[in-house]
Design a protein around this ligand. Sequence first.
Ligand code: GAL
Length: 664
Amino acid sequence: MAATDTPSLADAARGRLLFGGDYNPEQWPEETWHEDVRLMKDAGVNSVTLGVFAWAKLEPRPGAREFGWLDRLMDLMHAHGIGVVLATPTASPPPWMGRLHPDTLPRDEDGRTEWWGSRQHFSHSSATYRRYAAAIAEDLAARYAGHPALTMWHINNEYCTYDWGDESAAAFRRWLQDKYGALDALNEAWGTAFWSQGYGDWHEILPPRRAHYMKNPTQVLDFKRFTSDMLLECYLAERDIVARYTPHIPVTTNFMPFWQGQDAWTWAEQEDVVSVDSYPDPHDPFGGQYGALVHDMTRSQARGGPWMLMEQAAGSVNWRGVNRPRPAGLNRLWSLQAVARGADAVCYFQWRQSRQGSEKFHSGMVSHAGEHGRTFQEVKRIGAELALLGEKVPGTKVDALEVAVLLDWNAWWASQQDGRLSCEVDYPQIVRAWHRALWEAHTTADFAHPEHDLSAYKMVVVPQLYVMTDAAIDNLTSYVENGGTLVAGFQTGIADEDDRVRPGGMDARLRELFGIRVLHEWWPLDAGETVDIEGFHGTLWSEEIEAADGITETTPYKGGELDGLPAVLRNGRAWYVSTLPEPHALRTLLAGIAADAGAGPTLTGLPARVEAVRRGGLLFLLNHGRDAVTVPVPGRHRDLLTGADVTDGVQLGRYGVAVLEAAP
Ligand code: GAL
């Protein structure tokens, strides 16, 4: 964890909310830069990220340095009071690197090379790549360390490459030697006695490349852990270089939420600023809930925040099958939602929409329609409102929450393997379903790692944790012993950290905790199939469970093979849910358990699509619906966005937002 004197987002934000985005001016003639600055000032932009994909421009030939254009941009930004989040360009090596050094290119699991011509074509394990990356990071840091526009370092971009090539294979073996010490221990952990996989020499071990049939699951699991660690090594190498030059300037790298390649809990420990790229689908009726989920995860990884929304889209993205724009008001709603949930920086990919290249149909803050387009007009309004909120919000935290949702990359990696009982079970979708139930119940939650201290929470929710360490199991059992309320979903506590099924099919301590005498069989359901349970339907999964003696509070399956057996069990403060209840049922269940645990919603009487979050003593109200609503709020308040005084309630139009401060 970062020491207290390490730089933070506050050092970059300097008492404001940051507003801006990725600025890729190398696409434009220099006249356009001046036009850009005029529009940035007009929109209240106070931060731009420069250089993310500028490696070929900065180093057009091996070892060459072309900094003049960047000098001019840094100066231009400074002259207009716009801070620069300066990126190391190492996510996209120039074509010469691949041509001269094919060893820098990653291989997929079939051994095919990922060539240049796109981006992110680097092998995390390539010594050559790492040498070039360190050199350009060093020269950037040396050149701009003292530049007054520099506010933050942005290392690489969305670290995401896997590599099954030879150099990665050698690194994988070293990583495994560090982890296991002896081959016997590896053979034992991977269960290689099955299918004649026993290793007699370290050189026999490969990354899990294309194989005839299912791969060894623990080998795949370790390869995921290894990949996250290798990418982290790349980040740390560059971070340490820039930090040597500018110990006072915070360093970040932007996460993709729900990305398998990085264990965000581990990575966040190494960042001064935790930042994320969030792209909810405007066409998804629950896009707002997805945004809330990403914000909650990021805030929690930032140890309560503040955190940075590094990228979002002002309009459409261009990587879904069908890409819709954000309708009027939605950009504002989702931007203020990020602030409500702890962000001190609201930024976009990208400032000006490209005319060429792969992302020309991805929106920008300045769209193809230009400054008179709806998108830019809305961006201006958001900039003005963030400036208003900048007087009260920066540096504050979301008010202490009573509910935590547990999340673990190891559980995800291990549960999404070949050879499982149902390919319909998708960990992120399960987490999303449980978070949605809380969101719809107007209950804001933190996320936590299963081994974190949970004592501050009245209720802990485990959507699913297929893999759990002994330490995590002890953590949960003692949480309940100490008065906490725990609700766990199906496939929790099945396997240990080597993906070895625990005796009885579920850890014995957890079975005792939940009041399960025998877990006889798992009964996965087909896509779209439901199972009847008293009072609701279950989806995805069901289980043949025999309750322990004395467990009387159960909700049974009705009909079918599991008729009369418990679907939901309660043992004191511990609840087990052996299916995924349909959305309204999960919401009702969690709301009831939360109420019993003394963990209420943020506000009572909220209309269905209205989100309420308290941050720094302010009450953010966000209407995710298209219909105007009246929100009852007892007492007298001032809406910081309009300056209006409101008594006992506030009107919110379609996608409307109010930020209420209690009147003195
Ligand atoms: C992000 C990436 C940006 C841009 C954006 C488009 O993943 O960091 O460079 O590609 O997606 O949505």
